[in-house]
Design a protein around this ligand. Structure first.
Ligand code: FAD
Length: 432
Protein backbone atom coordinates (compact mmCIF):
# COMPACT_ATOMS: atom_id res chain seq x y z
CA UNK A 1 0.00 0.00 0.00
CA UNK A 2 2.89 2.30 0.85
CA UNK A 3 4.67 1.75 -2.49
CA UNK A 4 1.47 2.21 -4.44
CA UNK A 5 0.42 5.33 -2.57
CA UNK A 6 3.77 6.90 -3.56
CA UNK A 7 3.43 5.89 -7.24
CA UNK A 8 1.10 6.66 -10.12
CA UNK A 9 -0.22 3.08 -10.14
CA UNK A 10 -3.51 1.81 -8.76
CA UNK A 11 -4.00 -1.54 -7.08
CA UNK A 12 -6.63 -3.86 -8.51
CA UNK A 13 -7.27 -6.62 -5.97
CA UNK A 14 -8.70 -9.95 -7.08
CA UNK A 15 -9.67 -12.78 -4.77
CA UNK A 16 -9.46 -15.67 -7.22
CA UNK A 17 -9.96 -13.64 -10.39
CA UNK A 18 -12.61 -15.84 -11.96
CA UNK A 19 -15.00 -13.05 -12.85
CA UNK A 20 -15.71 -14.64 -16.23
CA UNK A 21 -18.12 -12.84 -18.49
CA UNK A 22 -17.51 -9.62 -16.49
CA UNK A 23 -13.84 -9.07 -17.32
CA UNK A 24 -12.06 -11.92 -15.55
CA UNK A 25 -8.87 -10.69 -13.90
CA UNK A 26 -8.57 -7.64 -16.14
CA UNK A 27 -8.61 -4.25 -14.41
CA UNK A 28 -11.05 -1.83 -16.02
CA UNK A 29 -8.33 0.74 -16.72
CA UNK A 30 -4.60 0.87 -17.49
CA UNK A 31 -1.76 1.46 -15.04
CA UNK A 32 -3.02 -1.00 -12.47
CA UNK A 33 -1.11 -3.55 -10.48
CA UNK A 34 -3.19 -6.70 -10.11
CA UNK A 35 -3.00 -7.84 -6.51
CA UNK A 36 -3.76 -11.57 -6.48
CA UNK A 37 -5.03 -12.66 -3.06
CA UNK A 38 -5.79 -16.27 -3.98
CA UNK A 39 -3.14 -17.71 -1.67
CA UNK A 40 -4.90 -16.26 1.37
CA UNK A 41 -7.13 -19.29 1.71
CA UNK A 42 -7.94 -19.72 5.37
CA UNK A 43 -11.23 -20.73 6.92
CA UNK A 44 -11.67 -19.96 10.65
CA UNK A 45 -14.11 -19.01 13.43
CA UNK A 46 -16.66 -21.63 12.35
CA UNK A 47 -19.61 -21.29 14.73
CA UNK A 48 -21.47 -24.57 14.49
CA UNK A 49 -24.60 -23.67 16.40
CA UNK A 50 -25.38 -20.54 14.39
CA UNK A 51 -23.62 -21.33 11.10
CA UNK A 52 -21.26 -18.37 10.75
CA UNK A 53 -17.71 -18.64 9.47
CA UNK A 54 -14.72 -16.42 8.59
CA UNK A 55 -13.20 -16.71 5.13
CA UNK A 56 -10.27 -15.04 3.39
CA UNK A 57 -10.21 -14.05 -0.33
CA UNK A 58 -8.70 -17.26 -1.70
CA UNK A 59 -11.36 -19.56 -0.20
CA UNK A 60 -13.29 -20.99 -3.13
CA UNK A 61 -16.85 -22.30 -3.24
CA UNK A 62 -15.37 -25.80 -3.60
CA UNK A 63 -13.03 -25.35 -0.59
CA UNK A 64 -15.78 -24.11 1.72
CA UNK A 65 -18.34 -26.73 0.64
CA UNK A 66 -15.70 -29.42 1.26
CA UNK A 67 -14.78 -27.94 4.65
CA UNK A 68 -18.43 -28.04 5.76
CA UNK A 69 -18.90 -31.56 4.42
CA UNK A 70 -15.87 -32.76 6.39
CA UNK A 71 -17.31 -31.16 9.53
CA UNK A 72 -20.61 -32.95 8.87
CA UNK A 73 -22.16 -29.52 9.25
CA UNK A 74 -25.90 -28.93 9.40
CA UNK A 75 -25.18 -25.78 7.38
CA UNK A 76 -24.20 -25.36 3.74
CA UNK A 77 -22.76 -22.65 1.54
CA UNK A 78 -25.36 -21.36 -0.89
CA UNK A 79 -23.39 -21.65 -4.14
CA UNK A 80 -23.53 -19.74 -7.43
CA UNK A 81 -23.77 -21.32 -10.87
CA UNK A 82 -20.14 -20.41 -11.52
CA UNK A 83 -17.18 -22.74 -10.97
CA UNK A 84 -16.01 -24.53 -7.83
CA UNK A 85 -12.78 -22.51 -8.05
CA UNK A 86 -14.46 -19.08 -7.77
CA UNK A 87 -13.98 -17.06 -4.58
CA UNK A 88 -16.81 -16.80 -2.07
CA UNK A 89 -15.51 -13.45 -0.87
CA UNK A 90 -14.76 -12.00 -4.36
CA UNK A 91 -18.23 -12.96 -5.51
CA UNK A 92 -19.83 -11.44 -2.40
CA UNK A 93 -17.93 -8.16 -2.87
CA UNK A 94 -19.27 -8.02 -6.44
CA UNK A 95 -22.82 -8.61 -5.10
CA UNK A 96 -23.03 -12.06 -6.64
CA UNK A 97 -26.19 -14.15 -6.79
CA UNK A 98 -26.33 -17.68 -5.38
CA UNK A 99 -29.12 -20.22 -5.98
CA UNK A 100 -31.21 -19.36 -2.95
CA UNK A 101 -29.97 -15.95 -1.83
CA UNK A 102 -28.07 -12.79 -2.62
CA UNK A 103 -24.53 -13.35 -1.37
CA UNK A 104 -24.42 -9.88 0.12
CA UNK A 105 -27.30 -10.71 2.48
CA UNK A 106 -25.12 -13.36 4.11
CA UNK A 107 -22.34 -10.88 4.89
CA UNK A 108 -21.88 -10.28 8.62
CA UNK A 109 -18.65 -8.29 8.78
CA UNK A 110 -15.52 -7.30 6.88
CA UNK A 111 -11.88 -6.88 7.79
CA UNK A 112 -10.44 -4.21 5.49
CA UNK A 113 -7.01 -2.78 4.74
CA UNK A 114 -7.41 0.94 4.02
CA UNK A 115 -5.12 2.88 1.64
CA UNK A 116 -3.30 4.42 4.64
CA UNK A 117 -2.33 0.96 5.93
CA UNK A 118 -4.87 0.89 8.78
CA UNK A 119 -6.93 -2.30 9.16
CA UNK A 120 -10.54 -1.88 10.28
CA UNK A 121 -13.27 -4.35 11.25
CA UNK A 122 -16.91 -3.57 10.58
CA UNK A 123 -19.90 -4.20 12.86
CA UNK A 124 -19.06 -5.93 16.14
CA UNK A 125 -16.31 -8.03 14.58
CA UNK A 126 -13.49 -5.90 16.00
CA UNK A 127 -14.74 -6.42 19.60
CA UNK A 128 -13.05 -9.66 20.60
CA UNK A 129 -15.15 -10.33 23.72
CA UNK A 130 -18.50 -9.36 22.21
CA UNK A 131 -21.12 -12.15 22.56
CA UNK A 132 -22.58 -11.42 19.13
CA UNK A 133 -19.28 -10.67 17.39
CA UNK A 134 -20.09 -12.47 14.12
CA UNK A 135 -23.84 -12.69 14.62
CA UNK A 136 -25.22 -9.16 14.40
CA UNK A 137 -23.99 -7.52 11.24
CA UNK A 138 -25.15 -4.02 12.12
CA UNK A 139 -22.97 -3.41 15.22
CA UNK A 140 -23.31 0.06 16.68
CA UNK A 141 -23.47 3.31 14.75
CA UNK A 142 -23.03 3.80 11.02
CA UNK A 143 -22.93 0.66 8.89
CA UNK A 144 -19.50 0.64 7.16
CA UNK A 145 -19.67 -2.69 5.36
CA UNK A 146 -21.49 -1.27 2.34
CA UNK A 147 -18.59 1.10 1.62
CA UNK A 148 -16.41 -1.79 0.47
CA UNK A 149 -18.79 -3.54 -1.92
CA UNK A 150 -18.08 -2.82 -5.60
CA UNK A 151 -15.81 0.01 -4.49
CA UNK A 152 -12.13 0.88 -4.46
CA UNK A 153 -11.96 2.17 -0.89
CA UNK A 154 -10.01 -0.73 0.58
CA UNK A 155 -8.75 -4.28 0.20
CA UNK A 156 -10.89 -6.80 2.01
CA UNK A 157 -8.72 -9.24 3.95
CA UNK A 158 -11.46 -11.43 5.38
CA UNK A 159 -15.21 -11.59 5.99
CA UNK A 160 -17.61 -13.46 8.20
CA UNK A 161 -20.65 -14.88 6.46
CA UNK A 162 -23.84 -16.63 7.53
CA UNK A 163 -24.35 -20.11 6.07
CA UNK A 164 -27.71 -21.71 5.21
CA UNK A 165 -29.24 -24.45 7.31
CA UNK A 166 -29.86 -27.80 5.59
CA UNK A 167 -33.56 -28.63 5.45
CA UNK A 168 -35.37 -31.94 5.90
CA UNK A 169 -36.90 -31.83 2.41
CA UNK A 170 -35.83 -30.11 -0.81
CA UNK A 171 -38.14 -30.27 -3.83
CA UNK A 172 -37.49 -28.61 -7.18
CA UNK A 173 -40.19 -27.26 -9.45
CA UNK A 174 -40.07 -26.70 -13.18
CA UNK A 175 -42.48 -25.12 -15.60
CA UNK A 176 -42.05 -24.57 -19.34
CA UNK A 177 -43.95 -21.74 -20.97
CA UNK A 178 -44.21 -19.69 -24.14
CA UNK A 179 -42.31 -16.38 -24.18
CA UNK A 180 -45.61 -14.46 -24.13
CA UNK A 181 -46.42 -15.97 -20.72
CA UNK A 182 -43.15 -15.13 -18.97
CA UNK A 183 -44.56 -11.85 -17.61
CA UNK A 184 -47.53 -13.62 -16.00
CA UNK A 185 -45.23 -16.21 -14.47
CA UNK A 186 -43.09 -13.44 -12.95
CA UNK A 187 -46.22 -11.97 -11.30
CA UNK A 188 -47.04 -15.36 -9.75
CA UNK A 189 -43.48 -15.88 -8.49
CA UNK A 190 -43.49 -12.40 -6.97
CA UNK A 191 -46.67 -13.27 -5.02
CA UNK A 192 -45.15 -16.61 -3.91
CA UNK A 193 -42.06 -14.79 -2.65
CA UNK A 194 -43.95 -12.04 -0.85
CA UNK A 195 -46.29 -14.59 0.78
CA UNK A 196 -43.30 -16.62 2.00
CA UNK A 197 -44.25 -19.70 -0.04
CA UNK A 198 -40.89 -19.80 -1.78
CA UNK A 199 -37.54 -18.46 -0.69
CA UNK A 200 -35.29 -19.26 -3.63
CA UNK A 201 -34.02 -17.41 -6.66
CA UNK A 202 -36.00 -18.91 -9.52
CA UNK A 203 -34.09 -19.03 -12.83
CA UNK A 204 -36.18 -18.56 -15.96
CA UNK A 205 -34.12 -19.24 -19.07
CA UNK A 206 -34.76 -18.64 -22.76
CA UNK A 207 -34.00 -21.56 -25.13
CA UNK A 208 -30.66 -20.22 -26.34
CA UNK A 209 -29.40 -19.70 -22.81
CA UNK A 210 -30.50 -23.16 -21.69
CA UNK A 211 -29.02 -24.71 -24.80
CA UNK A 212 -25.70 -22.91 -24.34
CA UNK A 213 -25.51 -24.31 -20.79
CA UNK A 214 -26.63 -27.88 -21.48
CA UNK A 215 -25.21 -28.59 -24.94
CA UNK A 216 -21.48 -28.34 -24.05
CA UNK A 217 -22.07 -30.58 -21.01
CA UNK A 218 -23.68 -33.25 -23.18
CA UNK A 219 -21.14 -32.80 -25.99
CA UNK A 220 -18.34 -33.38 -23.49
CA UNK A 221 -20.01 -36.46 -22.00
CA UNK A 222 -18.93 -39.70 -23.67
CA UNK A 223 -22.45 -41.11 -23.37
CA UNK A 224 -23.94 -38.82 -26.03
CA UNK A 225 -23.63 -39.32 -29.77
CA UNK A 226 -24.45 -36.37 -32.06
CA UNK A 227 -27.78 -37.97 -32.82
CA UNK A 228 -28.69 -38.52 -29.15
CA UNK A 229 -27.85 -34.91 -28.49
CA UNK A 230 -30.09 -33.66 -31.27
CA UNK A 231 -32.99 -35.77 -29.99
CA UNK A 232 -32.59 -34.46 -26.44
CA UNK A 233 -32.36 -30.82 -27.51
CA UNK A 234 -35.47 -31.28 -29.60
CA UNK A 235 -37.36 -32.96 -26.77
CA UNK A 236 -36.43 -30.10 -24.45
CA UNK A 237 -37.75 -27.70 -27.13
CA UNK A 238 -34.35 -26.03 -27.35
CA UNK A 239 -34.08 -26.44 -31.12
CA UNK A 240 -36.55 -26.61 -34.00
CA UNK A 241 -39.34 -25.11 -31.91
CA UNK A 242 -41.74 -22.76 -33.71
CA UNK A 243 -41.65 -20.12 -30.97
CA UNK A 244 -39.30 -19.77 -27.99
CA UNK A 245 -40.21 -21.90 -24.96
CA UNK A 246 -38.74 -20.66 -21.68
CA UNK A 247 -38.12 -22.87 -18.70
CA UNK A 248 -38.38 -21.86 -15.03
CA UNK A 249 -36.55 -23.73 -12.26
CA UNK A 250 -36.94 -23.11 -8.55
CA UNK A 251 -37.05 -25.01 -5.28
CA UNK A 252 -38.88 -25.31 -1.98
CA UNK A 253 -37.10 -26.29 1.22
CA UNK A 254 -38.28 -27.02 4.76
CA UNK A 255 -39.88 -29.68 6.96
CA UNK A 256 -41.70 -32.35 4.87
CA UNK A 257 -45.26 -31.25 5.73
CA UNK A 258 -44.53 -27.62 4.96
CA UNK A 259 -42.97 -28.49 1.61
CA UNK A 260 -46.04 -30.56 0.67
CA UNK A 261 -48.35 -27.67 1.57
CA UNK A 262 -46.22 -25.24 -0.43
CA UNK A 263 -46.31 -27.56 -3.47
CA UNK A 264 -50.10 -27.37 -3.44
CA UNK A 265 -50.11 -23.58 -3.35
CA UNK A 266 -47.55 -23.33 -6.18
CA UNK A 267 -49.53 -25.76 -8.34
CA UNK A 268 -52.74 -23.83 -7.78
CA UNK A 269 -51.28 -20.39 -8.44
CA UNK A 270 -49.46 -21.52 -11.60
CA UNK A 271 -52.36 -23.57 -12.98
CA UNK A 272 -53.51 -20.80 -15.37
CA UNK A 273 -49.99 -20.56 -16.86
CA UNK A 274 -49.00 -24.17 -17.37
CA UNK A 275 -48.24 -27.51 -15.77
CA UNK A 276 -45.72 -27.49 -12.93
CA UNK A 277 -43.51 -30.54 -12.42
CA UNK A 278 -42.12 -31.32 -8.97
CA UNK A 279 -39.20 -33.66 -8.38
CA UNK A 280 -36.54 -34.45 -5.84
CA UNK A 281 -33.31 -36.44 -6.10
CA UNK A 282 -34.92 -39.57 -4.57
CA UNK A 283 -37.51 -39.65 -7.36
CA UNK A 284 -34.86 -39.04 -10.01
CA UNK A 285 -32.77 -41.85 -8.55
CA UNK A 286 -35.74 -44.25 -8.82
CA UNK A 287 -36.47 -43.15 -12.38
CA UNK A 288 -32.85 -43.54 -13.52
CA UNK A 289 -32.66 -46.99 -11.91
CA UNK A 290 -35.94 -48.51 -13.15
CA UNK A 291 -36.67 -46.75 -16.42
CA UNK A 292 -33.31 -47.20 -18.08
CA UNK A 293 -34.56 -49.00 -21.19
CA UNK A 294 -35.94 -48.49 -24.71
CA UNK A 295 -37.61 -45.13 -25.27
CA UNK A 296 -36.43 -43.69 -21.90
CA UNK A 297 -32.72 -44.35 -22.37
CA UNK A 298 -31.91 -40.90 -23.76
CA UNK A 299 -33.78 -39.11 -20.99
CA UNK A 300 -32.00 -41.17 -18.35
CA UNK A 301 -28.63 -40.39 -19.91
CA UNK A 302 -29.58 -36.70 -19.88
CA UNK A 303 -30.61 -36.84 -16.20
CA UNK A 304 -27.32 -38.51 -15.29
CA UNK A 305 -25.20 -36.07 -17.30
CA UNK A 306 -26.86 -33.05 -15.67
CA UNK A 307 -26.98 -34.42 -12.11
CA UNK A 308 -24.40 -31.99 -10.79
CA UNK A 309 -26.37 -28.98 -12.06
CA UNK A 310 -29.34 -30.14 -9.98
CA UNK A 311 -27.08 -30.28 -6.90
CA UNK A 312 -26.51 -26.51 -7.05
CA UNK A 313 -29.67 -25.79 -5.03
CA UNK A 314 -28.27 -27.88 -2.14
CA UNK A 315 -24.92 -26.11 -1.99
CA UNK A 316 -22.98 -28.59 -4.13
CA UNK A 317 -20.63 -26.43 -6.17
CA UNK A 318 -19.80 -27.61 -9.68
CA UNK A 319 -17.95 -26.22 -12.68
CA UNK A 320 -20.28 -27.88 -15.18
CA UNK A 321 -22.09 -24.65 -16.14
CA UNK A 322 -18.72 -23.00 -16.89
CA UNK A 323 -18.52 -25.24 -19.98
CA UNK A 324 -20.96 -22.74 -21.43
CA UNK A 325 -17.96 -20.49 -22.14
CA UNK A 326 -16.93 -23.05 -24.77
CA UNK A 327 -20.31 -23.16 -26.47
CA UNK A 328 -20.65 -22.39 -30.12
CA UNK A 329 -23.85 -23.06 -32.13
CA UNK A 330 -21.72 -24.15 -35.08
CA UNK A 331 -19.20 -26.60 -33.69
CA UNK A 332 -18.43 -28.85 -30.78
CA UNK A 333 -15.55 -27.65 -28.58
CA UNK A 334 -13.73 -30.03 -26.29
CA UNK A 335 -13.31 -28.48 -22.83
CA UNK A 336 -9.63 -28.42 -21.76
CA UNK A 337 -8.50 -28.83 -18.14
CA UNK A 338 -5.52 -27.48 -16.20
CA UNK A 339 -3.22 -29.76 -14.18
CA UNK A 340 -5.15 -28.95 -10.99
CA UNK A 341 -8.41 -30.16 -12.56
CA UNK A 342 -9.97 -26.71 -13.16
CA UNK A 343 -11.43 -25.91 -16.57
CA UNK A 344 -8.91 -23.91 -18.60
CA UNK A 345 -11.31 -21.07 -19.36
CA UNK A 346 -8.67 -18.88 -21.05
CA UNK A 347 -8.34 -21.50 -23.81
CA UNK A 348 -11.94 -21.08 -24.92
CA UNK A 349 -12.26 -20.50 -28.67
CA UNK A 350 -15.66 -18.84 -28.06
CA UNK A 351 -16.44 -15.40 -26.66
CA UNK A 352 -19.07 -14.60 -24.03
CA UNK A 353 -19.93 -11.52 -21.96
CA UNK A 354 -22.81 -10.82 -19.63
CA UNK A 355 -24.98 -7.76 -19.25
CA UNK A 356 -26.99 -7.72 -16.01
CA UNK A 357 -29.86 -5.20 -15.85
CA UNK A 358 -32.44 -5.00 -13.04
CA UNK A 359 -36.13 -4.19 -13.23
CA UNK A 360 -39.40 -4.53 -11.36
CA UNK A 361 -40.65 -8.00 -10.51
CA UNK A 362 -43.85 -7.83 -12.56
CA UNK A 363 -45.15 -8.35 -16.09
CA UNK A 364 -44.22 -4.81 -17.12
CA UNK A 365 -40.58 -5.29 -16.05
CA UNK A 366 -40.25 -8.76 -17.60
CA UNK A 367 -41.79 -7.61 -20.91
CA UNK A 368 -39.47 -4.61 -21.01
CA UNK A 369 -36.40 -6.83 -20.56
CA UNK A 370 -37.50 -9.38 -23.12
CA UNK A 371 -38.41 -6.72 -25.70
CA UNK A 372 -35.04 -4.97 -25.37
CA UNK A 373 -33.04 -8.18 -25.59
CA UNK A 374 -35.01 -9.59 -28.52
CA UNK A 375 -35.04 -6.37 -30.56
CA UNK A 376 -31.35 -5.61 -29.96
CA UNK A 377 -30.23 -9.09 -30.96
CA UNK A 378 -32.32 -9.09 -34.14
CA UNK A 379 -31.34 -5.49 -35.07
CA UNK A 380 -27.62 -6.34 -34.89
CA UNK A 381 -27.82 -10.03 -35.85
CA UNK A 382 -26.34 -11.08 -32.49
CA UNK A 383 -26.43 -14.39 -30.72
CA UNK A 384 -27.85 -13.51 -27.28
CA UNK A 385 -29.41 -15.58 -24.52
CA UNK A 386 -31.11 -14.57 -21.27
CA UNK A 387 -31.98 -15.86 -17.84
CA UNK A 388 -34.34 -13.95 -15.58
CA UNK A 389 -33.48 -14.36 -11.90
CA UNK A 390 -36.07 -13.47 -9.28
CA UNK A 391 -33.88 -11.63 -6.76
CA UNK A 392 -36.78 -10.96 -4.37
CA UNK A 393 -40.50 -10.20 -4.49
CA UNK A 394 -39.79 -6.73 -5.93
CA UNK A 395 -36.71 -7.05 -8.14
CA UNK A 396 -36.03 -9.07 -11.28
CA UNK A 397 -32.53 -9.47 -12.73
CA UNK A 398 -31.69 -10.51 -16.27
CA UNK A 399 -28.37 -12.13 -17.12
CA UNK A 400 -28.07 -11.48 -20.84
CA UNK A 401 -25.23 -13.30 -22.58
CA UNK A 402 -23.58 -12.18 -25.82
CA UNK A 403 -21.97 -15.11 -27.65
CA UNK A 404 -19.41 -14.30 -30.31
CA UNK A 405 -16.31 -15.34 -32.19
CA UNK A 406 -13.42 -13.72 -30.31
CA UNK A 407 -11.43 -12.45 -33.29
CA UNK A 408 -9.94 -9.00 -32.67
CA UNK A 409 -12.42 -7.06 -34.83
CA UNK A 410 -15.39 -8.97 -33.47
CA UNK A 411 -14.33 -8.30 -29.84
CA UNK A 412 -14.14 -4.57 -30.58
CA UNK A 413 -17.49 -4.66 -32.31
CA UNK A 414 -19.15 -6.63 -29.50
CA UNK A 415 -17.74 -4.33 -26.80
CA UNK A 416 -19.10 -1.31 -28.69
CA UNK A 417 -22.53 -2.92 -29.01
CA UNK A 418 -22.40 -4.08 -25.39
CA UNK A 419 -21.95 -0.49 -24.19
CA UNK A 420 -24.67 0.69 -26.57
CA UNK A 421 -27.03 -1.96 -25.22
CA UNK A 422 -26.33 -0.98 -21.59
CA UNK A 423 -26.94 2.67 -22.43
CA UNK A 424 -30.22 1.80 -24.14
CA UNK A 425 -31.31 -0.19 -21.07
CA UNK A 426 -30.36 2.59 -18.65
CA UNK A 427 -32.33 5.16 -20.69
CA UNK A 428 -35.36 2.92 -20.15
CA UNK A 429 -34.77 2.56 -16.38
CA UNK A 430 -33.06 -0.84 -16.53
CA UNK A 431 -29.88 -0.15 -14.56
CA UNK A 432 -27.09 -2.79 -14.44
C1 FAD B 1 -21.25 -19.92 -16.70
C2 FAD B 1 -21.12 -18.87 -15.65
C3 FAD B 1 -22.00 -18.86 -14.60
C4 FAD B 1 -21.91 -17.86 -13.63
N1 FAD B 1 -22.82 -17.88 -12.61
C5 FAD B 1 -22.81 -16.91 -11.69
C6 FAD B 1 -23.80 -16.89 -10.66
O1 FAD B 1 -24.67 -17.76 -10.58
N2 FAD B 1 -23.76 -15.88 -9.78
C7 FAD B 1 -22.80 -14.92 -9.84
O2 FAD B 1 -22.81 -14.03 -8.98
N3 FAD B 1 -21.84 -14.90 -10.79
C8 FAD B 1 -21.82 -15.87 -11.72
N4 FAD B 1 -20.86 -15.88 -12.71
C9 FAD B 1 -19.86 -14.80 -12.79
C10 FAD B 1 -18.49 -15.05 -12.08
O3 FAD B 1 -17.85 -16.20 -12.58
C11 FAD B 1 -18.66 -15.15 -10.56
O4 FAD B 1 -19.27 -13.99 -10.06
C12 FAD B 1 -17.32 -15.38 -9.82
O5 FAD B 1 -17.61 -15.74 -8.49
C13 FAD B 1 -16.40 -14.15 -9.79
O6 FAD B 1 -15.05 -14.54 -9.63
P1 FAD B 1 -14.32 -14.65 -8.22
O7 FAD B 1 -15.28 -15.18 -7.25
O8 FAD B 1 -13.05 -15.40 -8.41
O9 FAD B 1 -14.08 -13.15 -7.79
P2 FAD B 1 -12.87 -12.17 -8.21
O10 FAD B 1 -12.73 -12.17 -9.68
O11 FAD B 1 -11.67 -12.44 -7.40
O12 FAD B 1 -13.48 -10.80 -7.66
C14 FAD B 1 -14.48 -10.09 -8.33
C15 FAD B 1 -14.16 -8.60 -8.23
O13 FAD B 1 -14.37 -8.17 -6.87
C16 FAD B 1 -13.36 -7.26 -6.47
N5 FAD B 1 -12.58 -7.87 -5.38
C17 FAD B 1 -12.27 -9.19 -5.28
N6 FAD B 1 -11.61 -9.44 -4.18
C18 FAD B 1 -11.47 -8.27 -3.52
C19 FAD B 1 -10.89 -7.91 -2.27
N7 FAD B 1 -10.32 -8.83 -1.48
N8 FAD B 1 -10.95 -6.61 -1.89
C20 FAD B 1 -11.55 -5.68 -2.69
N9 FAD B 1 -12.13 -5.98 -3.88
C21 FAD B 1 -12.09 -7.26 -4.29
C22 FAD B 1 -12.48 -6.99 -7.68
O14 FAD B 1 -12.96 -5.85 -8.36
C23 FAD B 1 -12.70 -8.23 -8.54
O15 FAD B 1 -12.51 -8.01 -9.90
C24 FAD B 1 -20.91 -16.86 -13.71
C25 FAD B 1 -20.01 -16.89 -14.78
C26 FAD B 1 -20.10 -17.89 -15.73
C27 FAD B 1 -19.15 -17.89 -16.87
Amino acid sequence: MKIVSESTFCLYPISRGNNWGFGGKTPFKDNCIVLDLSMLNRVSEYEESFGTIRITPGVSQGDLSEYLKNKNSKFYLDVTGSGTETSVLGNTLERGIAYNSLRVDSLQSLEVLLPNGVVINTGFSGYLNCDVKNLYQHGIGPELKGLFLQSNLGIVLSATIKLKKRQEKVVSFRISIAETKVGSLIEVISSLLSDGVIDCIAHIGDPLRIRSTKEPILQNSKDFSDNDLKLVLKKLQLIDSESPIWSCLGNIQGPKGLVRAKQKIIKKRMSHIGKVQFYDEDTICLVTTYLNWGPFKNTIKFLRATESLRGLINGNATSEAVKMLFWSPKKKNIVPYKDNGDIDVDKSPSGCIFCVPLTTMNKKGADKLINHFRSFSSKHGLLMGATLNTLNANVLEAVISFHFDPSTEEIQNIHKLFIEFNQELIRDGLFP
